[in-house]
Design a protein around this ligand. Structure first.
Ligand SMILES: [Zn+2]
Length: 234
């Protein structure tokens, strides 16, 4: 039976559960044959304890984390970044277009052209501890260990997906969700709802073997995204 906190996705790739079940995930990628790893996303502000327990479950100490990548500046992804940076000593990286939000500890506005976005805006931006950003990521950047940055704006201006080339795991962040069924980020949760849909088409062109969602169980089928797009988006 899979460990409740850490689920292996492929060689050198794991999904960590920051809540019970695969509904708010972070990811760990080996940087090479040694113990060093990259952590992708940090959960809500209360998540770091579970993330560190997940790392321990795969035999990694906090000092083994060499970089923390945040897919975007929303509280359920960036919320634990400050605490995890302090616990690991690792630098935090995210796309330049989300840096100002991460530094401020408040996500970008939701798309006011949608009714849901206007409702979300009234509910508040969703604040989190300001993130100590050490590095700005750019589209196409290759990080240690074969992790490639894919700018996928829409959900937020600086949202990124990440392809771990050695394992074929594609972390889609919130560009796609798999809660009940696979779907594009709900319009109400997007900074730019139109761009949210366009950007998913880019992801469909990326060769991968495992689709890894921040919200929901992973799908070990490289053709699943293309099939989804043919039925849901076209
Ligand atoms: Zn989000």
């Amino acid at each position: 039976m899979a460990h409740p906190l850490a689920v292996p996705l492929a060689d050198g790739a794991w999904r960590l559960h920051t809540v019970r079940g695969p509904w708010l995930n972070t990811f760990v990628f080996a940087q090479g044959p040694g113990r060093e790893v990259t952590l992708v996303d940090t959960g809500l502000p209360g998540a770091p304890k579970r993330v560190l327990a997940g790392l321990a479950a795969i035999g990694r100490r906090p000092s083994d984390v060499r970089r923390i990548v945040v897919t975007h500046a929303h509280p359920d992804h960036a919320g634990g970044a400050a605490a995890l940076a302090a616990a690991t000593g690792a630098p935090v990286a995210l796309h330049g277009d989300d840096v100002s939000f991460a530094l401020a500890g408040a996500g970008p506005r939701f798309d006011p052209s949608t009714r849901g976005g206007r409702i979300m805006a009234r509910l508040g931006k969703g604040t989190f501890p300001p993130v100590p950003v050490a590095e700005e990521l750019t589209d196409g950047q290759a990080l240690d260990g074969g992790l490639h940055v894919l700018a996928t704006a829409g959900h937020t201006p600086g949202h990124v997906a990440l392809l771990h080339e050695p394992s074929g795991v594609l972390v889609v962040g919130d560009a796609l969700m798999n809660v009940g069924r696979m779907r594009v980020s709900p319009r109400a949760l997007c900074n730019d709802a139109r761009l949210c849909r366009q950007t998913v088409r880019r992801l469909a062109e990326v060769d991968h073997s495992v689709l890894a969602f921040s919200h929901g169980p992973s799908v070990a089928d490289g053709a699943a995204l293309g099939a989804h797009l043919r039925t849901a988006l076209v």
